[in-house]
Write a protein that binds this ligand. Structure first.
Ligand code: IPM
Ligand code: MG
Length: 353
């Protein structure tokens, strides 16, 4: 049995997770032992903290962790140290999953949901963002203080050490070797000292992959090039905050944030798998959420943690077929397609397996 820690989370999290567990059980019956774990706002309500020690321990002992989404307005007034998002960061750090892989690919049947001009989209969009996930501002020192003049002030530190950059660069170059062999490293080296270190370490690592072409882009320029010439990107490697922002941009380029899965990997095979969307409290409990991002995260889990690429392929093909038939949740609906609920989407995928 493969032990999977499951964090349904808040908002639409439980809906998209339940759909995914059914899909996994269907594609490979009696293979997984799912253990539900409390983390996020629901854990604050139940235990007074977003990531109880016991929850993290279950994830650390599992073969992989599958996560829905956490957070919501209900917990907006929690002190910074006790917000649901802190639980998420605690899981990422506690599992030491420093490499967050976010594929951005146009599903052919969804081409009409791409907001870019047709001649741009027609060149094909298929790139991967490799986002550093356990460093940078997210984990730097956060401070509020009062200036000598008595004004309120605050700072957040962006810090990277060499080994953190080196290991994420290796992930990106290795990934590029199995693809079109282009790595674009995105930084702000014209301003940030941490970016200058980033750039020089990435250049050192590049020497070990002579077949791969390395480009550097400043993050502001990158955000523009991603909508101007998305077909030119293959593997993007970037630090935590830039990766957070650019992956949301990428998700819209390919149609919807509801479609994109992610895998967060560390030194071993035990990854953390989640959709890149949030908890969408505005549509929670209404059966409107698109489960595809999480279902595809489940497929990534099969591929990366369990070496089950046949089953992963099956899930991805099933999703593709369902989209081809014109079935759409609200986030990807366009005229001429058929609007269905989240659970109908799940059923449709299962029916293809
Ligand atoms: C993401 C999310 C998280 C992040 C939030 C919910 C803390 O936006 O996974 O991209 O910023 O990493
Ligand atoms: Mg984000």
């Amino acid at each position: 049995m493969k032990n999977v820690a499951v964090i349904p989370g808040d908002g639409i999290g439980p809906e998209v997770i339940n759909a995914t567990l059914e899909v996994l059980e269907k594609v490979s019956p009696k293979t997984f032992n799912f253990q539900s774990v409390s983390m996020g706002g629901n854990a604050i309500d139940k235990y007074g903290e977003p990531l109880p020690a016991e929850s993290l321990k279950i994830c650390q002992n599992a073969d992989a962790t599958l996560l829905g989404a956490v957070g919501g307005p209900k917990w907006d007034n929690q002190p910074p140290e006790n917000r649901p998002e802190k639980g998420l960061l605690g899981v990422r750090k506690g599992l030491k999953v420093f490499a967050n892989i976010r594929p951005a690919k146009i599903f052919a049947p969804l081409a009409s949901a791409c907001p870019l001009r047709k001649d741009i989209a027609d060149k094909g969009i298929d790139f991967i963002i490799v986002r550093e996930l356990t460093g940078g501002i997210y984990f730097g020192k956060h401070e509020s203080f009062t200036t000598p003049e008595g004004e309120r002030a605050a700072r957040d530190v962006m810090e990277y050490s060499e080994h953190e950059i080196r290991r994420i660069a290796h992930v990106a170059f290795k990934m590029a070797m199995g693809r079109r062999k282009i790595v674009t490293s995105i930084d702000k080296a014209n301003i940030l000292t941490s970016s200058r270190l980033w750039r020089s370490v990435v250049e050192e690592v590049a020497k070990e992959y002579p077949e791969v072409k390395l480009n550097h882009l400043y993050v502001d320029n990158a955000s523009m090039q991603l909508i101007r010439v998305p077909s030119e990107f293959d593997v993007i490697v970037t630090e935590n905050t830039f990766g957070d922002i650019l992956s949301d941009e990428a998700s819209q380029i390919v149609g919807s944030i509801g479609m994109i899965p992610s895998a967060s990997l560390g030194e071993d095979n035990r990854g953390l798998y989640e959709p890149i969307h949030g908890s969408a409290p505005d549509i929670a409990g209404q059966d409107k959420a698109n489960p595809i991002g999480t279902i595809l995260a489940g497929a990534m889990m099969l591929r990366y943690s369990f070496n089950m690429s046949t089953e992963a392929d099956k899930i991805e093909h099933a999703v593709d077929e369902v989209l081809r038939e014109g079935l759409r949740t609200g986030d990807i609906y366009t005229e001429g397609t058929k609007l269905i609920t989240g659970s109908q989407m799940k059923e449709a995928v299962i029916a293809k397996l």
